[in-house]
Design a protein around this ligand. Sequence first.
Ligand code: C2E
Ligand code: MG
Ligand code: MG
Length: 650
Amino acid sequence: MKFLGTSRIVAVLVVLAGSLAAAVFTGQRFGAGEVEQLLRRDVEDVGRKWAAFLVSRPADLTAFIEDGEASPELLSFFRYASIGERVVRYRIFDAKGHAVFASDSGEPARPAANDGGVGRDTALPAKLREGNAHIALKQGRAGAEPKRYGEAYIPVFADGGLKAVVQVDVDQTGLADVLAGSQAQIARVTGALIVLCLLLPVLLLGFYYRERLKIGSRIRRLATHDALTGLPTRELFLDELQPTLRQRAEAGSPVAVLYIDLDRFKEINDTLGHATGDALLEQFARRLRANTRKSDVLCRLSGDEFAVGLVSIDGQDAILRFAERLSEVLSRPYQAAGHEVVTSVSVGVSVAPGDGDGSATLLRKADLALCRAKDDGRRQVRRFEPEMEHALAERRAIEQDLRSAIDRDEFELHYQPILDIKTGREVAREALMRWRHPEKGLVAPNAFIQVAEETGQIAALSAWTLQTACAAALDWRSPLNVAVNFSPVQFSSQDIPELVRKALENSGLPPHRLEVEITESVLLRRSQDVIEQLKAVKGLGVSIVMDDFGTGYSSLSYLTGFPFDKIKIDRSFIWEMESDPRKRSIVEMIVKLGRSLDVSITAEGIETEEQQAFLQKAGCVMVQGYLFSPPVADPEALKLGGPPGKRAAA
Ligand code: C2E
Ligand code: MG
Ligand code: MG
């Protein structure tokens, strides 16, 4: 509303009020009184001209008054002045008021003796004698006289005395008409101005309030819609969905809420930049719109989270089919800021009325289903199930318990042997954390590592693991290597080289006996900084192992970015090798790749002799798995050895 501020409105109103006052003043000035004045002045002017002419010829005047004989000059003046000055009748009276000359008979002549005088034979009115003019405005008799005419009696003074009185009747029909026309015109303009002055403020105010409403709705839109994608926000989504839920419930029809999350969006943002991330989100929102109905309710919940209130579909099966199809469409590659971005989505689904009848409840349950979809490996669609709420409660309990577990020293390390596949000798031990929970017993790391990462407690846990593992390794009979897992989160919150240096220093473990295991996701975060930290750790003489190889985002590119000492093939490949020939090919390829890069390959999760035989044939160097031993609290008590495949865990 920049152009229509309050001060400007006031200024416009002041100008309008001024115009109105000017118009009314002009209209008043040019009213009936002013017209009469003008007409009087007109006829008086003519009379005075005649008087002036007579005064300018004193000899002619005296002769004329006394004898009634007009000189030729006087006569010609009377004639031509009559025409030029619109004079329709004139008379000249002597000082006593007797008519001495008149045009009454058409031609100027001395009037008959009974023609009367100014005062109809009475004495000349005092007004004239005193030198004042007498003016009268008249309506003429139809036919005989002009419609409007003015009559002027002008005294003529010469040689210090009154000599005569001139009477002229001037036709004012035309002038009166012109003046009346102007008067009407002015009245019209004044009227229009008055209407304008009254109307304009009303229009201005109307315009002002309309603009205010528009701006108000624009502000409301900004507050309720996401600026990047133009989609409604969470609050608007919940508000819009609620009445629809009621209507559909009355009609006995279901409403589904789809909670959609772009998998690994943070990694895309970190590696390709925020501009690409934004472009991806915009395209994502466009695709979401294009693949849903107008009646469906959409929103952007936060960064890479979106929701759809599906109100145009009937039947549980149809809802899940739709969610699968939408997930497939949204997982197709995007062209964002010059990059081809390959991503996928995870979707959580809740359905009313079964899962609840409030929009917020449905969204929360769809969120729980989404968490399950992510836990199940992403790129999944999961329908809400009541046990998910129990899982959530469980997670909250872990979060709570973890806080005191560190203080109460409830963690311990178990060790799993890593063997040379050819000799069957133990060459290293992987330290794996366990939580001895006072009620739940021994809890495996998968149940709490992620929670610890999210709450930041992982830093303290990892520092403890590293210290404990290094110290334990020094007590082992044989100088075996010890492998310690590092969480991706640590690389952004801790100084890893310093942590490792201190652990080595405190324990006295030679650096070559320590192996640091990281997963590919470590490299996805701020990769350059992470690589610098890894180089510094390697510089201490410690080995760097890439764990769970093959499960990450773009495994091969990381192998060229950093010189790893070892690669561990993820156990999922090992388990699926027998049933899936493609997994077998991948394992063979990784082993070959390791050989050509001069990196030692370890296979983890070996449970059967067939798996072991295959890996041996493929050229794998080291093995780890339940076939040899599960992680144990006291690895020194293990009895390993003998030919491959004939070993048993202690
Ligand atoms: P990981 O580093 O890949 O460890 C190997 C996991 O595979 C261990 O699970 C081990 O018990 C399991 N495993 C080994 N062989 C077999 C097998 O033959 N069959 C089956 N079914 N499993 C096998 P665990 O101990 O439950 O650890 C799970 C993950 O938790 C680890 O995967 C590691 O990523 C993480 N983790 C464990 N300890 C720590 C730690 O101290 N710090 C951090 N940051 N992460 C840890
Ligand atoms: Mg590991
Ligand atoms: Mg692993």
